[in-house]
Design a protein around this ligand. Structure first.
Ligand code: ADP
Ligand code: ASP
Ligand code: MG
Length: 414
């Protein structure tokens, strides 16, 4: 079975949804398939904005939600005949009402917990996937919609939940054994914890949903359908003369995505890589383009550098001091302190003198990091063995990625 994931731009309007339906129709001819859908482009950002506005105590959320509702209703009007429209329109209206009630609750208590935010965000993926499912049915393509929250079990880290793969794989397999559908439709991004509360898999997480499903059912291929014709040698938003990468290894693709190639959400690659399932990145708006094939051994091995990526809004933390030299345990304590504060470390360097350790984190965590680390080393700082944590922000990380780089000298010099 193939697993196809369509991103926000692919379901961004009635026109693009028609293209998605065409791609599913063509795929279905060769056998059953599973389809994972994101929210309509921009919806998740708008839902966050609605929640934040309610939290501030203003009623701006009413207009934001009304715009979200209007956009979905217009899309439905453009997609369906009068006769086919009723159930799905009704669903969208009821959903927007429910969202309004949720936001009204947030406004009254002036508090938006990450748990409530996840619940609010879930509507984007649910509604978009329901619309696609209804459109397929109206076009005579039988399909079954299933709420991914009943399949993907996570911990309760709202906003960035960790998947319980044992339970999740079991549920997904059971679902596919019980269902005889030819086309399976799932909302991406959303999951639930053991108490049944909605959780989400991190921004861009619909890619991950598709990978989790593909790995659980040993799919033949995972297809990521987006608005570019595959992975490019650099970010097309910043670089004009980018090249399309035809073949790339899992590890190279993982590096590129980890260091900023937004086209694939970084956690996506691991589950399919473990099963040896190839990933094909394809363009919904240019389906005939071959796209990028990600697999274990890449055909095109000659290039030294496969791609260049960057991430900005980076803070560099430096822990320095003469008291660190030769004394074991400093790095452990540094990383423990960051980990307890739930701060993700993106890059690490240590000088050979052991006099300093530098780590790169996201700018938004800079203050928390400073507090956590200075607290951890309070005693050492007080007696002058190490300096208070150095914090410099506004950096970028530039990454050159390529499996063959290790065979060549002078790459970084060049
Ligand atoms: P979707 O909504 O389909 O998930 P995303 O916006 O998450 O799509 O990812 C696709 C976007 O990723 C592209 O439009 C492109 O601007 C951006 N991007 C950044 N780096 C790269 C890269 N190296 N190759 C391809 N696309 C990239
Ligand atoms: N809609 C979610 C987001 O914008 C998930 C996704 O698009 O993959 O982050
Ligand atoms: Mg994406």
């Amino acid at each position: 079975m193939k697993v196809l994931k369509f991103g926000g731009s692919s379901v961004g309007s009635s026109e693009t949804i028609k293209q998605v339906v065409d791609i599913i129709r063509t795929t279905r001819v060769d056998g059953p398939c599973s389809v994972v859908l994101s929210a309509m482009q921009g919806t998740t950002d708008s839902l966050i904005e609605a929640g934040r506005s309610a939290e501030r105590g203003d009623d701006g959320y009413i207009e934001i939600l009304s715009n979200i509702g209007e956009r979905h209703v217009t899309t439905i009007r453009e997609l369906f005949n009068d006769g086919d429209r009723f159930a799905i329109s009704d669903f969208v209206e009821t959903t927007v009402k429910e969202l309004e009630n949720l936001c009204e609750g947030v406004r009254l208590i002036r508090e938006l917990s990450s748990k409530t935010l996840d619940r609010i965000l879930s509507f984007g993926e649910i509604v978009a996937s329901k619309i696609v499912s209804a459109k397929l049915a109206a076009d005579g393509i039988e399909n079954e919609w299933k709420d991914s929250r009943l399949l993907i079990r996570t911990d309760s880290t709202h906003g960035f939940a960790t998947v319980d793969f044992v339970e999740t794989n079991k549920r997904i397999k059971d679902h596919f054994v019980a269902s005889s559908a030819g086309v399976h439709i799932f909302p991406g991004f959303i999951s639930s914890d053991s108490a049944g509360y909605t959780t989400t898999l991190g921004r861009g997480g619909s890619d991950y949903t598709a990978a989790i499903i593909a790995a659980a059912i040993d799919a033949d291929v995972l297809e990521i359908w987006t608005d570019v014709s595959g992975m490019m040698s650099a970010d097309p938003r910043f670089v004009r003369n980018v090249r399309q990468i035809s073949n790339i290894t899992y590890r190279e693709a993982m590096e590129l995505s980890h260091f900023g190639a937004k086209v694939i959400y970084p956690p996506t690659i691991q589950p399919v890589m473990a099963k040896g399932i190839p990933i094909l990145v394809k363009n919904t708006f240019e389906p005939e383009n071959h796209g990028t094939l990600i697999e274990s051994e890449s055909a095109a091995k000659t290039e030294m550098i496969r791609g260049i990526t960057s991430i900005d809004k980076i803070t560099v933390l430096s822990l320095e001091g003469s008291g660190m030299v030769g004394i074991p345990g400093f790095s452990k304590r540094l990383f423990d302190a960051l980990s307890r504060a739930s701060i993700n470390v993106i890059l690490i360097t240590q000088s050979s003198s052991e006099h300093s350790i530098c780590v790169a984190i996201e700018d938004k965590h800079a203050n928390e990091a400073k507090q956590a680390v200075d607290r951890e080393f309070e005693y050492e700082i007080a007696v002058g063995r190490i300096d208070p944590l150095g914090v410099e922000n506004g950096f970028s990380i530039l990454a050159l990625v390529g499996h063959n780089m290790k065979e060549h000298t002078g790459v970084s010099g060049k």
